[in-house]
Design a protein. Sequence first.
Length: 125
Amino acid sequence: MAGHRIFGTPVADVYVHYLAKVARKGHTKAELDAVIEWLTGFDDRALGQHLADGTTFEDFFAAAHLNPNASMITGVICGVRIEELDDPLMRRIRYLDKLVDEVAKGRPMAKVLRSGEPRTPTTPR
């Protein structure tokens, strides 16, 4: 398989780490699952099935219906600026990583889920 080794990694193998990270910071599985659903369109049943089946990140994101506001997720994760990633699959994985980090840091869910108006260069922060 070409590409990064994370592409062939089962989502379930990383999900347990995501869950531990948000729990360690006082947040819940429901919050984690909410950001996954927002990003991918997978509800609790579909997410549970992917986790049980050992779906790889490559297949997980191939089946996902990526949220149209996902491109609003910007910033640095693992030392790399998300918006500069060339590989679309790696960018999607890093979107998920960034959302999990934001939940763990206690960012308000409305901001994590990019539910406000998109910021334009003329919109003040």
